[in-house]
Each structure stands twice: as structure tokens, then as C-alpha cells.
Design a protein around this ligand. Structure first.
Ligand code: SF4
Length: 248
């Protein structure tokens, strides 16, 4: 196993979406590239670097962030989380490919109406995200889909559609279903159904290891103890993370 820490860095707080389960307080701040570089150097060696936000592709110097990240992480994994409802041009596709970046796409549903309700974005942004999924695939950029499960999107048909989307793309690594963790009082109303684990086990039996998710026990530990990753925010507070990395 590679040596080094798992690091999640929140590089900005700006986001175009307004997800129903979002735990992030939004504002216009972003991490300066020099500060980002210094942080990575301080924590190296790093075996997993996750870039989170906000929406990280809205960071004004995200291309530089990706290059610096790859430079310091070397052979480790560099993952950028995104809702993909943003502009991804050919230069960005090339940066992602050249720097061996994995994109972790937040996509809760393929249903237009539900997309609007969950993401707080007009449905045309969902279509944009799907175009970007294809663009990533065509450019040979590996990606995974991350689905935050709530009672709104935990139906078998909807979950299957996302798995099929992944299967239809050569460079999709898998679909990670993660039950929503309530961080605000109003989240309790959209808590995932009690049988979420059974539903996901069924989905995994149908489609295999492309479907992955934490066990109930794993989720409990994750909530009470964190997962031992370093989590660095714009405020540079270092703490145990409640953010679950896609990496195994
Ligand atoms: S995409 Fe992420 S940061 Fe943006 S609103 Fe949704 S959960 Fe929050």
C-alpha cells in the first residue's frame, strides 16, 4: 500500500447549485494557489488528494490547482468533486487528462423535476452535466458518480438509471451511493428510507462491484468517529473529516 495521508482540501466556497442537503456555507472565498501549494508540501507524502468546494471548477485558478496537486502528489490519486453543471472546455479536459485527475460527479438523479428540487438548479444544468459526462468520457478522463441518497431519490428505478449511465461510459469507474448525513434540522425530513442498505445490496447483486456504498455499521463509525482524513478548509482549520473519500 502506498505511504502518505489522505487529504481533502476545500479550495473554494462558491457554488452554482443549492442542493437540498448541502452542508457547505457558501461565499466567494477561495484558496490562493501559493497557499494550496504550501499546504500540500507541509502534508506530503500524500496518497489521496480530494479537491472539494463549493464547486471546485469555479475556482478562478483551478487549472493551476490541478497541476500543482499532481506535481506534489506524484503517483497518488487526485480527485476533484463537481456537479459538472459548469463550463468544461477543451483546455480543461486536456488538463484533467494530462494530470491523471479523477472527476467525482455529484449527480443525485436523472429525473429533470427531481434534479431541480434536489440541486436547486434549472433542469438545463442537468443536461449540461450529462454533456460534460460524455465529454469526459470522449477525452478519456476517468470519473465516478457520487449519489447522496435521500428519501427523494432512493427509488430502485432512479438508482438503476444512474448505474446504467455509468455502464454506458467506458471511463466511468463506478457509482458511489452515500446516505445523506443530516447536518441541519430540516434534513431530517428527507432522511433516506430505513431499508436503504437492502436496496443497495439488491442493486449491487444486479450490477456488481460498479455499485458501492458504506455498510450501515461503516456509516455509523463514519459519523461518530470521522474517517481519519485531514480536512483543510479555506480557514485552514485542520480537523477530522466527516467527508467520505471515494478512494478505498
Ligand atoms: S454541489 Fe456541493 S457545494 Fe454545491 S450546493 Fe450541492 S452539495 Fe453544496
Amino acid at each position: 500500500m502506498k505511504k502518505g495521508v489522505n487529504l481533502i482540501v476545500e479550495i473554494n466556497r462558491q457554488c452554482n447549485a443549492n442542493c437540498i442537503y448541502c452542508p457547505v456555507p457558501k461565499d466567494k472565498r477561495y484558496l490562493k494557489v501559493e497557499r494550496f501549494k504550501a499546504l500540500l508540501e507541509e502534508h506530503a507524502p500524500i496518497k489521496y488528494l480530494g479537491l472539494s468546494g463549493g464547486e471546485p471548477f469555479l475556482h478562478p485558478h483551478v487549472d493551476e490547482i490541478l497541476r500543482v496537486g499532481r506535481d506534489i502528489v506524484k503517483d497518488g490519486m487526485v480527485v476533484i468533486a463537481s456537479n459538472l453543471a459548469v463550463a468544461i472546455d477543451n483546455n480543461m479536459l486536456k488538463t484533467l487528462k494530462d494530470n491523471r485527475i479523477i472527476v467525482q460527479i455529484s449527480l443525485p438523479t436523472l429525473d429533470a423535476e427531481l434534479y431541480e428540487k434536489i440541486m436547486g438548479l434549472p433542469r438545463r444544468y442537468g443536461i449540461k452535466a450529462l454533456y460534460n459526462v460524455k465529454a469526459l468520457d470522449d477525452a478519456e478522463v476517468p470519473f465516478a458518480v457520487n449519489v447522496v441518497l435521500t428519501k427523494l431519490n432512493a427509488d430502485m428505478k432512479g438508482m438503476e438509471q444512474i448505474v446504467k449511465l455509468c455502464l454506458a461510459h467506458k471511463h466511468c469507474l463506478g457509482v458511489r451511493f452515500h446516505p445523506m448525513i443530516a447536518v441541519r434540522e430540516e434534513h431530517a425530513e428527507i432522511a433516506p428510507p430505513l431499508d436503504w442498505e437492502e436496496r443497495l445490496l439488491l442493486l449491487q447483486a444486479m450490477y456488481g462491484e460498479i455499485v458501492n456504498f458504506p455498510s450501515k455499521e461503516g456509516l455509523r463509525e463514519f459519523i461518530t468517529e470521522g474517517d481519519g482524513e485531514l480536512y483543510i478548509t479555506e480557514d485552514l482549520a485542520v480537523e477530522k473529516s466527516l467527508f467520505h473519500a471515494y478512494a478505498k
